[in-house]
Design a protein around this ligand. Structure first.
Ligand code: GLC
Ligand code: GLC
Length: 645
């Protein structure tokens, strides 16, 4: 096919039938401009995915009308934001950026309560707030809201759509970017599409993967992982209403959408624009690795999954360009990188850094962290990592076995060790965690627990042991120092800034007890916030220590737009990296991952160049003469390069 001729021809035809009557002349011009700019790319992507279908043009035309309608409904304030973001697209690389992720109910009761907590967020320095899914979802177990029954309706336990609108405005006024989940791999089995499919409506049965018998599912199954083997084996569930097997990668009640059907792409685009028009500035692409299935493969990270995400991205560039995508690909490091691109996901979780931070705390050996970051940290200068230490999910040990192998580390054995270390089955471990998703066939599992409990604070407090507590506090601050300085948006998981410990109450709740991830989904009460202000408590040391680090981050532009070089300090327990800004300002960060003091020569770290380096976190000053640096247990140094005096 002559793609250029075809896209021009299609665009002309579409424009003739397009209804732009809801837009002013000026808006029409803006929309048409963006459409003209994006259409070649969007067309090529969709031809790649759906071009073989005889009804391709019908869906293409419908899609463009959907984009026009979405643009028409976008408020003037958001249209201004679109222009501002287009003029300064790298806003998320700023040193001022600081993220937090929270559950509305656990953090503040409901949406109105959350609005009242805005001063707390501002005081903490938050500029990016990811609210866990707040949409209508099944009562009881809804996978923490990740089973969506209606993308356009706020879950009534959290408030109303109006509350969300007001919150969105209030956050914008406070300079906080709202981030929402785009749960587009699946809907709940109570979504109207699923209900229609259950009732036998063929149009909606084609929205999902439904099979009359187990023959085809079994063929797929040969190559698939199991995500929640503790609740259900395999990836398919029997639906007794329609008498069919349904593809359900996660829980039985989460039905995977069928993106081989262009009607699904269009319908989900419409939902996406609804979310964009609520005023969110980033959408978190939930479970994006799973959206395309290909027989004979593991159905993760398929080429067409990338094409689909790029196509969604292109739709946003036309109708709501202020919104960026954040990738939630918790997969092999090489696959994580493939989602990160200005035209795909501008932001991405950094699961490798997260997992290796925990790995290194356990081993006190930084080799794997250093090597892996040297290999995988660098991404496009247009994009940014979202660096985190804990989140609402389990920790999976997603490091690259090949890189581990080069260090003489056997991936399989090492994962077993890490699981044991973090679930209290390894003598001498400081961590208090819980095993998650244990696979009865192969003994595989992942790890759950709050940051503070995994870092040793629970044990320290239980044993009333000052040294253990001191080490735990230092670990918590050190790991935060990394996400605050290594480059990207630091994302704090709500409650971690207050060092909250594991919450075991889920064990008493029938809708939660099978899902250990609830151990780290902890209410943040006013009392917790107050307690963190009481001088001398571990919570207070964490909260104030973090405030110092955050304050410094916001003060120096080298924490914002700058390049990162991972340094090999040739010292087992030390992790080091240098940030260099365009103006030449440099920051060298060094972390001691062990409870013993460590020495390193400043020349090894590249400090012998005659400059003066001042630690932002202590009185240490490295003068032009080479010297040895000494780091206390779990100490962090942030050495800023200033001109010789
Ligand atoms: C993502 C979410 C996780 C959820 C899954 C299914 O991985 O983070 O909590 O269980 O997707 O939606
Ligand atoms: C995610 C990940 C998996 C994670 C799960 C949620 O999509 O792939 O590692 O544990 O879903 O718990």
């Amino acid at each position: 096919m002559d793609i250029e001729r075809e896209y021009k021809r299609s665009l002309e035809r579409i424009l003739t039938g397009l209804d732009l009557s809801g837009m002013s002349k000026r808006e029409q011009a803006v929309f048409i401009d963006r459409l003209n700019e994006q259409f070649p790319r969007l067309f090529a992507l969709l031809v790649d995915i759906y071009g073989q279908r005889y009804d391709f043009f019908y869906y293409l035309q419908q899609l463009v009308q959907t984009l026009a309608n979405g643009f028409t409904k976008r408020s003037n304030v958001l249209k201004q934001k679109d222009n501002a973001r287009l003029a300064a697209p790298h806003w998320y690389q700023d040193e001022n950026m600081l993220g937090m992720a929270c559950y509305v109910d656990l953090f503040a009761g409901d949406l109105k309560g959350l609005q009242q907590r805005i001063p707390y967020l501002v005081e903490t320095g938050i500029t990016y707030l990811h609210l866990m899914p707040l949409y209508d979802s099944p009562k009881g177990d809804s996978d923490g809201g990740y089973a969506v029954s209606d993308y356009r309706k706020v879950n009534d336990t959290l408030g109303t759509n109006k509350d969300l609108e007001e919150l969105s405005k209030a956050l914008a006024e406070a300079g906080i970017s709202l981030v929402l989940d785009f749960v587009f791999n699946h809907t709940s089995d109570e979504h109207p599409w699923a209900l229609a499919a259950k009732a036998g409506d063929q149009k909606y049965q084609e929205f999902y993967y439904m099979f009359d018998d187990k023959h085809v599912p079994d063929e797929y199954e040969k190559h698939l992982r199991e995500i929640f083997p503790q609740v259900r084996r395999g990836n398919f569930s029997w639906d007794s209403d329609s008498n069919k097997w349904v593809w359900t990668t996660f829980n039985n009640f989460q039905w995977d959408l069928n993106y081989t059907n262009p009607a699904v792409f269009n319908a989900i685009t419409d939902e996406m624009l609804y979310l964009a028009n609520l005023g969110c500035e980033a959408l978190r692409l939930d479970a994006l690795a799973f959206i395309w299935k290909e027989m004979g493969t593991n159905c993760e990270n398929q080429a067409k999954a990338h094409s689909l995400i790029q196509a969604f991205n292109s739709c946003l560039q036309i109708a709501a360009p202020a919104v960026v995508f954040k990738s939630e690909a918790i997969v092999h490091p090489d696959e994580v990188l493939k989602y990160i691109d200005k035209q795909e996901c501008q932001l991405s979780y950094n699961p490798l850094l997260m997992a290796l931070i925990w790995n290194t705390l356990a081993t006190r050996d930084t080799h794997l962290l250093t090597e892996s970051m040297q290999e995988s940290f660098e991404i496009s200068p247009d994009c940014a990592w979202v660096n985190y230490v804990r989140c609402h999910d389990d920790i999976g040990w997603t490091f690259d076995d090949a890189v581990a192998g080069q260090q003489g580390v056997n991936g399989y054995d090492h994962r077993r060790f890490l699981n044991q270390f973090y679930t209290g089955r390894f003598e001498g471990s400081f961590a208090t965690g819980v095993a998650f998703g244990e696979n009865p066939s192969n003994g595989d599992c992942r790890v759950c627990g709050s940051l503070a409990s995994l870092a040793g604070l629970e044990q320290g407090i239980e044993q009333n042991n000052a040294t253990l507590i001191e080490h735990a506090v230092a670990r918590i601050l050190m790991v935060h120092s990394i996400i605050l300085s290594i480059g990207g948006i630091p994302l704090i998981y709500s409650g971690d800034e207050l060092a909250l410990l594991n919450d075991y109450s889920y064990e008493q709740d029938d809708s939660k007890k099978h899902d250990e991830r609830w151990v780290q989904r902890i209410p943040v009460t006013d009392a917790d916030i107050q307690a963190s202000k009481k001088k001398g408590t571990p919570q207070n040391r964490v909260a104030t220590g973090l405030q110092t680090l955050i304050g410094l981050r916001k003060q120096y532009s080298v924490f914002g737009q700058a390049s990162t070089r991972i340094i090999n300090p040739h010292q087992n327990a030390l992790f080091a990296y240098q940030r260099t800004a365009k103006d030449g300002t440099a920051l060298l960060a060094i972390c001691n991952f062990s409870e013993h003091k460590q020495k390193v020569s400043s020349v090894t770290l590249g400090l012998g160049n005659g400059d003066v380096w001042q630690d932002l976190l202590s009185p240490v000053r490295v003068s032009p003469a080479p010297q040895e640096l000494e780091l206390a247990p779990y100490q962090v140094m942030w050495l800023l390069n200033s001109q010789p005096v």
